[in-house]
Write a protein that binds this ligand. Structure first.
Ligand code: GCW
Length: 681
């Protein structure tokens, strides 16, 4: 197929009637700006128009109808008649105008990155056969920072990566051939992603070795033309682990000096280096607790080294104790992020961003929004979303996560009883923070489809689109993606959109409904059904299922008190059983199996019904896909059909495992006779 690595940037030729629609687009271009990024913008425009419309754009000589590519001030100089809009960094303006009897199609960016984003936006519209001839469109990002995290190890393997080996590293070194890294940067740029952390947050200190930094520079060199800043995950113990010092105490001046020198060295090689992502005091990673220091001490230590160069630190809030005593009913891992970071609010430097996972546990199939989003008023924050489907089918099952992310981003924290959606908090809009934004854990690999199957790429696309504009609906995002990836045949678009939009709920149905957690094997592969693996160990992903009932009591009144971390108006929703939504019931409450949901069903019957329904729905997905036979290329058709048929089988495995488990525990048979005593008769 060859073009698969282009994902949503295929620029497939449009059919003749659509090509005609764009006949009045200019035949020439003028590029006003000179830079690496501006060159990419120009080349991309020429390539996209040529591939989709079969026309080769020529440099203008001052008289023809032209595409004008430039920054806003440059455009103003050329066409003073145009009144320039006010836009934030990375924003762009697409404007068709007739001036002095000449047709101008202006693609203007606030900076060269904005201009590149404008080109991608225009080409996306043409690929989707949108009207552009009279365009006047302003776009700017919702928040300043839109980063991707890759959990790549230097040996070339990727933690929780399901799309093959690393595109960056092999055998302890940066790969010789970085073609795929460059292609990846282009894909990211088309979404407006402006930073990428290339190594695992379980970080290897060797990235800081002086012979390694020039290797990182080679990656920065292939990212630069696309406006994507390279950044590194930092092991806080690096000064000691590399043998340079006998301590990594964040308050020791020698340690501060080490980081300053190291950061200066990095910027010497990579002047547009982005900064660091840090996982500390979590799951065995070293951290400031070794010296009795705070997370703020550690974050500020490296932030100060980065500050003179304009770099930032994404400091992860995923700090928790994985040796919790499960016998203590007051213990609760969900409380950890807030307990660790809320008391430090206001102590972080301005170039530190606290990176908070969307939910308080760990990327489960459904969780409430983390209360920490509302718990930092004097600190920058970012939301961490997981594109790689660690707990949601590992790209071997269909699970489009945008509807789930939308729930977190749109969740209203009701601070001071005012509308306070999470998206506004993370973008720094509520407390007028200098920065903030979005981080997505992608973990693409060398597989030609990047993530392991081409439908999963809707999650990478969706993350990028939401990071640019979280107000977009899941429906509009998937419609864009499907058209770009599979073309504009209405039956193809409608079928794939429908499958993708239903897929998260289907996966939830046959794995872990009612907010109970994914019920997967949490100590092993995070994939197979194994609910018992979550109980009676220190990891704190407890379901608390016994013969009487199920669910974690996180209430203020009788439980762990986790609900108390939310603003009062949110507490009022989750604390009383009468208002807690069914889909999160077991996250917040421990109830008997016979408890009656708002839906009118008992909890136990809901388990049976949702698992049988989910397995049926999964089987339907494969049937739906078969309707597309002959409408899309055979390669992708067969690859995806095989995946969906496998998924239908897995859904049955899940259904039976979970239904039998809960029947064994509860002793209550399925009213419909599918599980338990009646099933055996
Ligand atoms: O979900 C867990 C994963 C770990 C990961 C960790 C984290 C990088 O199972 O593999 O480690 O989260 O987010 O730090």
């Amino acid at each position: 197929m060859g073009t698969e690595t282009n994902a949503w940037l295929r620029y497939a030729p449009l059919d003749a009637s659509s090509v005609k629609k764009y006949a009045r687009l200019p035949s020439h271009f003028e590029a006003l700006e000179n830079s690496l990024v501006a060159d990419s913008a120009r080349k991309e425009l020429i390539q996209g128009i040529s591939r989709m419309l079969g026309r080769s754009l020529q440099p203008g000589s001052g008289r023809e109808d032209v595409f004008i590519l430039g920054t806003l001030p440059e455009v103003h100089k050329l066409i003073p008649e145009l009144k320039l809009p006010n836009l934030e960094a990375d924003g762009y303006w697409l404007k068709a105008a007739q001036i002095r009897r000449r047709n101008f199609f202006v693609i203007a960016g606030v900076n060269d990155r904005g201009m590149l984003y404008g080109v991608f936006a225009l080409l996306s519209k043409i690929a989707r056969e949108q009207e552009v001839l009279h365009i006047d469109e302003l776009e700017q990002p919702y928040g300043p920072l839109r980063w991707i995290n890759q959990w790549d190890n230097l040996n070339g393997r990727i933690e929780r990566g399901y799309g093959g080996p690393s595109i960056f590293f092999a055998d302890g070194k940066v790969r010789d051939d970085l073609t795929r890294a460059g292609q990846y940067a282009r894909l990211l740029a088309s979404l407006g992603i402006n930073g990428c952390t290339i190594n695992n947050v379980n970080a290897d200190p060797r990235v800081f070795r002086s012979d390694f930094i020039p290797q990182i520079k080679r990656i920065a060199d292939v990212f630069r033309p696309w406006g994507v800043q390279v950044s590194l995950s930092a092991d806080l113990s690096a000064p000691k682990a590399l043998g340079d010092l006998d301590t990594f105490d964040p308050l020791d001046p020698k340690v501060a000096e080490w980081w300053k020198k190291k950061v200066d060295e990095i910027y010497g090689e990579i002047p547009d280096f982005g900064g660091f992502t840090v996982k500390a005091d979590s799951e065995g990673q070293p951290g400031p607790s070794t010296y009795g220091r705070t997370q703020a001490d550690a974050a500020n230590l490296i932030a100060r080294a980065l500050k003179p160069h304009g770099g930032v630190v994404f400091y992860r809030a995923f700090v928790y104790n994985h040796h919790l005593d499960w016998r203590n009913l007051k213990n609760d891992r969900a409380k950890a992020a807030y307990d660790n970071f809320h008391p430090l609010d206001g102590q972080f430097d301005d170039n530190v961003i606290i990176q908070i996972k969307n939910g308080p546990i760990d990327f489960q199939v459904r969780e409430p929004a983390s209360p920490l989003f509302a718990g930092l008023h004097h600190t920058n924050e970012a939301i961490e979303l997981q594109i790689t489907q660690e707990y949601t089918g590992q790209q071997r099952q269909l699970c489009f996560l945008v509807p789930m992310w939308k729930e977190a981003l749109d969740f209203d924290m009701r601070l001071d009883d005012q509308h306070t959606p999470v998206k506004a908090l993370v973008a720094g809009r509520v407390f007028h923070r200098p920065t903030g934004g979005f981080a997505g854990v992608a973990n693409v690999g060398m597989d030609l489809s990047w993530l392991g199957n081409s439908l999963a790429m809707a999650n990478l696309y969706g993350f990028g689109r939401l990071a640019w504009n979280p107000d977009l609906s899941a429906e509009s995002i998937i419609e864009e993606w499907t058209r770009l990836t599979f073309g504009n045949d209405p039956q193809v678009v409608q079928t794939i959109d429908d499958m993708q939009l239903r897929s998260w709920h289907i996966y939830e149905n046959y794995t872990g409904p009612l907010g109970v957690g994914t019920l997967t094997n949490i100590t092993g592969n995070h994939y197979d059904p194994a609910p018992e693996s979550a109980e009676r160990n220190g990891w704190g992903q407890w379901i608390r299922a016994d013969h009487e009932g199920i669910g974690m009591d996180r209430t203020i009144a009788t439980g762990t008190g986790f609900i108390g971390q939310y603003p009062p108006a949110v507490q009022k929703i989750y604390e009383p059983l009468s208002s807690c939504p069914d889909e999160l019931l077991l996250f917040f409450h421990h109830v008997p199996y016979t408890y009656v949901l708002h839906s009118g069903k008992t909890v136990i019957q809901h388990f049976y019904d949702s698992h049988f329904e989910g397995a049926e729905q999964a089987a339907q997905l494969a049937e739906q896909w078969k309707n597309l036979h002959g409408r899309i290329d055979q390669g992708r058709y067969s690859e995806i059909l095989a995946m969906l048929e496998y998924q239908a089988g897995e859904a049955i495995v899940w259904r039976d495992a979970i239904c039998n488990w809960i029947y064994q525990l509860s002793g209550i048979a399925d009213q419909k006779g599918r599980v338990g005593v009646q099933a055996r008769q």
